[in-house]
Design a binder for this molecule. Structure first.
Ligand code: PMP
Length: 365
C-alpha cells in the first residue's frame, strides 16, 4: 500500500504526479506520433525539438547567458567526478582544491587524485560530517586550476546557503541533490553538474552547465571523445544514442516547474515550508527526534535524523511503510532516518509525515 505521493526516497526520488501520468500514457503512444516514447529515434525531428526545448527551459530557469553550454550526459554524477579532473587537472602541477563535507565529496576526491594533485582545503571527517565549514575556515588559493564542492550533501543532509570560493578560480559544483530547487547565482560557476534522479527526473541523465571559456581554452588531453565536453557540446547531447526517455521525462519536469509551480522562486518557498515542517517537528520533540546536521547547515532537501535507539528506528520505518510512506531509511553508510523532500514532494505529503511523526512519538515516548 505504498503511495507515490508519500515517496521520501533519497534518489531516484519522487516525480510530479501529472508527469508520471503523462509518461505512463506516452509509453504506449506519444500524441501526434502514434508510437511509444520508448521506440523513437534519437535522430528524429521530434527528439531534436525535445532537446532544444529542454535546453531552453534550463536556460530560462537558470537565467543563463549564451556563453554557457547546457549538456545532457550519461554516466551519472560519478562520471563527472572523473571528467572534471580529466579535463582540468591532467598534467597540471598546481593542486585542485576540494572541500570534503560528506559521503559524496569523499567519493569525488580520490577520482581527482588519479588525474593530478589535490588539496583538501577543509574536511569534516573528524566532526563526523555533522557540520559545514565557516568562511574563516576556508583559505582558497588563487593558483588552483579549479575549486570543487558539493552544494548539498545528500547522505548527511548538509547544504551550503552561500556560494564558496574565489571569482578568479574556476568554481565547480556538484548540485545533484539541490539543482532547480531554488534560485542561485548560477553564473558564478564555471561548471555545474547535477544528475536528474533527485529533483528533475529519472536516473540515466546528468545535466552539465559549463561556461565556454572553460572548455574552449583547455589544451587537448587525448580524452576519449565521449568524455570530451567540447565534442559533446558540438554534438548537442546527441554524440551517441542518449537516453531518450530520461531526457523527455526531464523536459516534462521543467515544464511542470515553469507552468504549474511558477519558477524557482516559488519552488524555494515551497521547499522552505516543507523543511520547516519537518525540522519543526524534530525540534519540538523534546529530544525524541534528533536532527543530525548542525542547525545552520541543515539541508532543505534531505532531513536526516535519529531516534533514541536503532530498535525504535526500525519500528518507525515499519510503521511508516504500513501507513503508505516509503524511502525513509537513512543511507546505508550512516543508518538512521532520512526524509528527502525533493521538488515533487508536496507540502501536503510533508504535513502527513509530520503528523505521522507526532503520533509515533506519542505511542513510543
Ligand atoms: N553526488 C551527489 C551529491 C549524490 O547525491 C550522488 C548520488 N546520490 C552522487 C554524486 C552519485 O551520483 P550517480 O549515482 O548519479 O553517479
Amino acid at each position: 500500500n505504498l503511495q507515490n505521493s508519500l515517496n521520501f526516497s533519497g534518489g531516484p526520488g519522487a516525480l510530479p504526479e501529472n508527469v508520471l501520468l503523462q509518461l505512463s500514457e506516452e509509453i504506449m503512444k506519444v500524441p501526434g506520433l502514434g508510437i511509444s516514447i520508448l521506440g523513437i529515434s534519437h535522430r528524429s525531428e521530434w527528439f531534436a525539438e525535445v532537446i532544444s526545448e529542454l535546453e531552453g527551459n534550463i536556460r530560462t530557469l537558470l537565467d543563463l547567458s549564451d556563453n554557457y553550454h547546457v549538456l545532457f550526459l550519461q554516466g551519472g554524477a560519478t562520471q563527472q567526478f572523473s571528467m572534471v579532473p580529466m579535463t582540468l587537472l591532467r598534467g597540471k602541477s598546481a593542486a585542485a582544491e576540494y572541500i570534503q563535507t560528506g559521503y559524496w565529496s569523499s567519493k569525488a576526491i580520490p577520482e581527482a587524485k588519479l588525474e593530478g594533485p589535490v588539496r583538501i582545503i577543509w574536511s569534516g571527517v573528524e566532526t563526523n560530517f555533522k557540520r559545514l565549514p565557516t568562511d574563516d575556515e576556508l583559505r582558497f588559493s588563487p593558483d588552483a586550476p579549479y575549486m570543487h564542492y558539493i552544494s548539498n550533501e545528500t547522505v548527511e543532509g548538509l547544504q551550503f546557503q552561500r556560494v564558496l570560493g574565489r571569482d578568479d578560480v574556476p568554481r565547480i559544483c556538484d548540485m545533484s541533490s539541490d539543482f532547480l530547487s531554488k534560485p542561485y547565482d548560477f553564473e558564478r560557476f564555471s561548471l555545474i553538474y547535477a544528475h536528474a534522479q533527485k529533483n528533475i527526473g529519472p536516473s540515466g541523465i546528468t545535466v552539465i552547465v559549463v561556461r565556454d571559456d572553460l572548455i574552449e581554452h583547455t589544451p587537448p588531453a587525448n580524452l576519449p571523445s565521449f568524455l570530451d565536453y567540447k565534442i559533446q557540446a558540438k554534438a548537442h547531447s546527441n554524440f551517441n544514442t542518449p537516453p531518450v526517455f530520461a531526457i523527455y521525462a526531464v523536459l516534462l519536469v521543467t515544464r511542470w516547474l515553469m507552468n504549474d509551480i511558477g519558477g524557482l522562486k516559488r519552488m524555494e518557498q515551497i521547499n522552505r515550508r516543507k523543511a520547516e515542517l519537518l525540522y519543526g517537528q524534530i525540534d519540538e520533540s523534546g529530544g525524541f527526534y534528533q536532527g543530525r546536521a548542525n542547525t545552520a547547515d541543515r539541508s532543505l532537501m534531505n532531513v536526516v535524523f535519529n531516534l533514541p535507539t536503532t530498535e525504535l528506528e526500525r519500528r518507525f520505518i515499519d510503521a511508516a511503510q504500513s501507513a503508505g510512506f516509503s524511502g525513509l531509511a537513512g543511507h546505508r553508510a550512516i543508518g538512521g532516518l532520512r526524509a528527502s523532500i525533493y521538488n515533487a514532494v508536496t507540502i501536503k505529503a510533508v504535513e502527513e509525515l509530520a503528523n505521522f511523526m507526532e503520533s509515533f512519538q506519542r505511542k513510543f515516548h
